[in-house]
Design a protein around this ligand. Structure first.
Ligand code: UD1
Ligand code: CA
Length: 459
């Protein structure tokens, strides 16, 4: 099995950012995570990531991964050298990938390994033909079209800038000759760096074979160096992911306006309306409609649910439940099957039981709501006393009148009713009415008397 080394220590100066380049996100995922996932899906094991510039930020994005540090960023060749100890005793295929090439497909990585192993070459090298090769290292060949080496953009001699065959920064090496020759790289070049690309020339000069594999998916080799590239890569990944979902039975009214992270799973007959974002560890069940204008993060949404113009973060929505328009479901929210949270409703760390409804303009925080409960418009759980948070418990079949303030901790028993506009500060037993309201007065003839008095005063 091939091992993989992912280079992610660079600063990424051209991003003009305080964040290291590989930590920038595409569809909500850090670029470096996308590359690690591609290597893993290609079957690479072990996988080692070289970190350096803001290593702590990058490593935090990679829980459970093996990282080695490159203290000073002296070039891609030097980065590989820093990982040598991590591969002590390893002989076999070592894939080297750039942390800034987020669209690389697992099949391409596996193909590169296969090309090297089946030919017995010292390395295989992934290249692409580019209409605009500017910025990439170029592939140098002799008169017999044999590979000679790679020249970086900044080191190109006259006439070489028209070479459209570029190095994608993706390689598979036989580990032994790679590490045996790495010390021969020098930093005598335009950038004063130890270029990994020079190893290709070194291996060739030793008379060792290097197989060139040209990708038939040039878009996957895009190296992100600027925010413009970041946007192009986002668009490319969005297109690839959306196409796969549509072919698997998902409807997208306008796939250019739907953003689905690679970590998301979607059932059949899901409908995604425009301006919808599904990010993180999210799954959506069969026949659910999400959008327009919705953002769902790290959530489980059941079958046949409807999420309209709402934001959901770290929640569970049961089958047949409906949310929105303009709903805000925050972490710890659970909507049981067929529950409803309607327009301008915010819910946090609460369960809304099966078939229960919170239809309009409410805040539900730290509450447990049973089955078939109706929560009237404008109801608020007063869960915070300025120091601590308290729970509200509402039993099955209860009816909470409009504009009820539930001052927690408080319990409304099963089947109980609260009168509209009440501030409920004491528990209401099952089947009881809780009401807190001053008597209303009706003053007959008041308007006429008032106007009469006013007219009297004017005279
Ligand atoms: C590199 C290649 C170039 C290729 C291009 C493809 C070299 C010298 N050049 O150029 O031939 O066409 O990728 O995208 O390799 N990094 C480190 N430590 C360092 C320097 C870089 O870990 O000291 C990492 C960076 O974080 C990045 C990757 O290596 O993920 C590539 O570095 P970058 O500076 O982007 O190289 P390019 O100029 O794009
Ligand atoms: Ca790059």
């Amino acid at each position: 099995m091939a091992a993989a080394l992912i280079l992610a220590a660079g600063e990424g100066t051209r991003m003009k950012s305080s964040l290291p380049k590989v930590a920038h996100r595409i569809l909500g995922e850090p670029m470096v995570s996308l590359v690690v996932t591609a290597a893993r899906q290609a079957g690479c094991d072990p996988i080692v990531v070289v970190t350096g510039h803001h290593a702590e930020i990058v490593e935090e994005l990679l829980p459970g991964e093996t990282c080695v540090r490159q203290q000073r960023q002296l070039g891609t060749g030097h980065a590989v050298k820093c990982a040598e100890a991590a591969f002590a005793g390893f002989d076999g295929s070592l894939v080297v990938l750039s942390g800034d090439t987020p669209l690389m497909r697992p099949a391409t990585i596996a193909g590169l390994v296969e090309a090297r192993e089946s030919s017995g070459a010292a390395a295989s090298l992934l290249t692409a033909r580019m209409e605009d090769p500017f910025g990439y290292g170029r592939i140098l060949r002799d008169e017999a079209e044999e590979l000679v080496g790679i020249v970086e953009q900044k080191d190109l001699a006259e006439g070489q800038d028209s070479i459209d065959e570029v190095n994608t920064g993706t390689y598979c090496f036989d580990a032994a000759p790679l590490f045996a020759h790495l010390h021969r790289l020098s930093d005598h070049n335009a950038q004063g760096e130890y270029y990994l690309t020079d190893i290709i020339g070194v291996l060739r000069a030793e008379g060792l074979d290097v197989v060139v594999v040209e990708t038939d998916h040039p878009e996957e080799t895009l190296g992100v160096n600027t925010r413009v590239h970041l946007a192009v890569a986002s668009r490319g990944l969005q297109h690839r992911i959306n196409e796969a979902h549509m072919l698997a039975g998902v409807t997208m009214t306008d796939p250019g306006l739907v953003w689905v992270a690679p970590t998301v799973t979607l059932g059949r007959d899901v409908v995604l309306e425009p301006m919808t974002f599904l990010y993180g560890d999210t799954s959506v069940g069969d026949g659910t409609v999400v959008g327009p204008s919705s953002r769902v993060f790290d959530s489980r949404v059941g079958e046949g649910a409807v999420i309209d113009s709402s934001v959901l973060r770290d929640v569970r929505v049961g089958p047949g439940a409906t949310v929105g328009p303009m709903g805000f479901l925050r972490p710890g929210t659970v909507l049981e099957p067929r529950a409803k949270t309607g327009a301008f409703v915010e819910v946090k760390n609460s369960t809304v039981g099966e078939g229960s409804k919170v239809p309009h303009l409410s805040y539900i925080g730290d509450a447990s709501i049973g089955r078939d409960v109706n929560i009237g418009a404008g109801t608020i759980t007063c869960n915070y006393d300025g120091v601590d948070k308290h729970r509200t418990v509402i039993g099955d079949g209860a009816f909470v009148g409009s504009d009820t303030m539930l001052v927690a901790p408080v319990t409304i028993g099963a089947g109980a009713v609260t009168g509209a506009s009440s501030a409920i500060t004491k528990d209401v037993p099952p089947g009881a009415l809780g009401i807190e309201r001053s008597d209303m007065r009706v003053v007959e003839g008041w308007v006429a008397r008032k106007r009469g008095a006013a007219a009297e005063g004017e005279r």
